[in-house]
Design a protein around this ligand. Structure first.
Ligand SMILES: [Zn+2]
Length: 372
């Protein structure tokens, strides 16, 4: 299976220039290679293939030694391959009877990919790490965990996101053993909630961290300022960049937080049961769940499933219908039904508990029956 490492890059000034040059040249390569493909298709209904174009790459690089020639061959070839993928997708859709538009020319490129020869992550001074990028050199990075022992590096993608540089490094590692067939020793149900981010069947609550709220507040503030600026003006453009940076920061913080929670869940429990929440239902039901949008929940479930598999644990999804309405002790339905504002669940059988905890217990129960 594959392990993905994401890290932020801290390029030095000369490295920054080379990185920017990469994106610039790749945009040029994309547009310049797209043009003949487009012409051939629109004028003669003929397809230019990847091999046709790759054959000229060497020549081009020699001729343009100060431009595309400065990039590694790997990176340039990957640029061509991406274009090829886009064109193939176009032809597939044509074959399926759709009417897609031909791939577009690009104003800018955000990332490039290469296949590292050896380990791309090398130790720097002290306990720091560096990422080896061909041509660019060794870039300082911030790594949250050491590279996997025995992992085979498969690819490295360097990306520019709202003014900051990031890398995604994919390692291949041996498949972990599948989950054992015996009953889980430490199962847990997770209720993706309204007031708390998540409530566990043990009663534990996971709250959204304050930095996430702070970024959300800042984003709303910057968005209001943007609304007051005149469209098309220079100030508008500058403010829009600020908003984009806020969005990017929020995305990273959500991801970081989802990583923390999922790691915690996958380490402590050998069965994690989530509810198959309908995103629309969540949106309608609660306006406070902004800090974990639809995408955030999906991410949390996805990361947990992946981390559970790494540890030979299990992660399941159960039907969400009625999890808040049923008593987790005697299985009776709430009468009258629970309203959104009701914080605690009381049942004639004597059970009184937090509404989300009751739901989490029901989710766990359903998760366990899935295994039988
Ligand atoms: Zn009951």
């Amino acid at each position: 299976m594959f392990l993905t490492y994401a890290c932020r890059l801290y390029p030095l000034r000369p490295q920054l220039a080379i990185l920017a040059h990469h994106l610039f040249e790749l945009t040029f390569l994309w547009n310049f290679s797209l043009a003949p493909r487009r012409d051939a298709w629109q004028k003669e209904h003929r397809r230019v293939t990847y091999l046709d174009q790759q054959a000229h790459l060497k020549e081009w690089r020699e001729f343009d030694s100060e431009g595309l020639g400065l990039l590694s061959y790997d990176v340039a070839r990957d640029g061509l391959q991406r274009l090829d993928l886009a064109c193939r997708a176009f032809f597939r859709r044509i074959a399926a009877g759709e009417r897609p538009g031909f791939p577009h020319f690009r104003r800018e490129t955000q990332s490039f990919t290469f296949i590292p020869g050896g380990s791309p992550i090398v130790p720097g001074t002290g306990s720091t790490w560096r990422l080896k990028v061909p041509i660019v050199g060794e870039l300082p990075i911030r790594l949250h965990r050491p590279p996997p022992v025995g992992g085979i590096p498969k690819s490295v993608t360097v990306r520019l996101d709202a003014g900051a540089w990031f890398a995604t490094i994919v390692f291949a590692i041996p498949d972990p053993p599948p989950p054992s067939l015996s009953a889980p020793a430490h199962p847990v149900g997770v209720d993706l909630g309204l007031t708390a981010l998540a409530t566990l069947s043990s009663g534990e609550r996971i709250e959204a961290p304050e930095p996430l709220h702070a970024t959300e507040r800042k984003l709303r503030f910057e968005q209001r300022r943007l609304a007051r600026k005149k469209r098309g003006s220079r100030r508008y453009a500058r403010q829009r960049e600020k908003v984009a940076r806020c969005h990017a920061r929020l995305r990273r913080q959500r991801r970081w937080h989802a990583h923390q929670i999922s790691r915690d869940l996958a380490t402590r429990f050998d069965l994690v049961a989530f509810e198959d929440l309908d995103a629309a239902e969540l949106r309608e039901g609660c306006r406070f769940a902004k800090s974990m949008t639809e995408a955030g929940w999906g991410l949390l479930r996805q990361l947990t499933a992946y981390k559970a598999a790494l540890r030979s644990g299990r992660c399941v999804r159960v039907a969400s219908a009625g999890t808040t309405q049923v008593c987790s002790h005697c299985r009776r339905w709430a009468n009258p039904p629970m309203e959104l504002g009701d914080r605690s669940y009381s049942c004639p059988c004597g059970l009184t508990m937090d509404r989300d905890e009751n739901a989490a217990r029901n989710i766990l129960e359903r998760g366990l029956t899935l295994l039988d």
